[in-house]
Design a protein around this ligand. Sequence first.
Ligand SMILES: C[S@@+](CC[C@H](N)C(=O)[O-])C[C@H]1O[C@@H](n2cnc3c(N)ncnc32)[C@H](O)[C@@H]1O
Ligand code: SF4
Length: 353
Amino acid sequence: MSSDLISENSPKANAEVLHDALRRPLHDLRISVLDQCNFRCPYCMPEDEFHADFEFLRKEQRLSYEEILKIARVAAGLGVSKMRLTGGEPLLDKRIDRLVSGLAEIPGVEDLALTTNAMLLAPQAQKLADAGLHRVTISLDSLDEDVFRLMSGGRGDLGRVMDGIDAAQRAGLSPVKINVVVQRGVNDHTVIDLLDHFRGSGHIVRLIEFMDVGNRNGWRLDQVVPSRHLLELVQQQWPLRRVDQSYPGEVARRYEYVDGEGEVGFISSVTEPFCGSCSRARLSADGMLYTCLFANQGTDLRESLRNNADDEELKDVLSQIWLQRADRYSELRSPELAEAHVLRKVEMYRIGG
Ligand SMILES: C[S@@+](CC[C@H](N)C(=O)[O-])C[C@H]1O[C@@H](n2cnc3c(N)ncnc32)[C@H](O)[C@@H]1O
Ligand code: SF4
């Protein structure tokens, strides 16, 4: 199949629309600002692997804000209109509002979001909104104190996370999305309670299948609760009806409660892969650009930046990466190989989901 770089009459001023080898456009950039985290969710950064002696990136190894903004500007010029700050835990970076304001000023950025575990969100929510952040996605796996603690690796404080959600709403960082990773035998029995709590709040809960990202989380297929089972479970409680995608390439299948109490989404990377419409590039804190959540290698943009590449050179590098992109790991996934953890894959804490 051919790949191409074409100018389209798009609402994004002067942006070219870049398609990869499978005709997928480049629309989203996920920027991981830090590889460190204040949680140790066992499905992402299990404590025995990410222990006190684990060596995270040092400051000079991480991209500076100027470097991130340079890449973001070039990406916007190539058609990226959605940007998301993530990590690790992005709010461990106390000055992140400055990066937000830099990103918010880039022409063509129509949607600027941040994913967080919300432990540090309450005191920062208004500052982030003032800096130009549009909305937040908050990871919260259970409202059962014990289950929540277990799934945050013993680090989370449920009260502080709930305060963070309230502060986000007050600051207008909405719609607030709540991401729930569902793991069989761990938190699946608490899903209905969580949905019940957020029904009618305006927040959108999204139930995510436990994914075989990275090599350190001991993923097994029998720990995945297929979205279709969760859908049946929810339907038994509250009738749902399907809603159209809110934008092309949206990964969640959207449903709304028939009684008008809001929306719930299902993200089914394992049982119903959505590679065919994936339009995301992911930048790690040390400047590696990955074109798939399950990639085993990326392209080192930090080296180009620190060799003084100008915008045109960076544009060429990004274009070439996207034009050659043919990743579709989830569609090709072999559960046996994934369970054997023999494929080298980038870890989730490095690229932020
Ligand atoms: C890596 S975290 C980074 C941002 C922030 N620390 C947080 O938790 O929101 C981004 C998202 O990835 C999700 N995630 C991490 N590991 C996962 C896995 N194995 N399967 C599915 N989702 C996962 C988290 O639940 C979170 O919503
Ligand atoms: S999912 Fe987020 S909060 Fe949990 S360990 Fe990974 S990066 Fe940290």
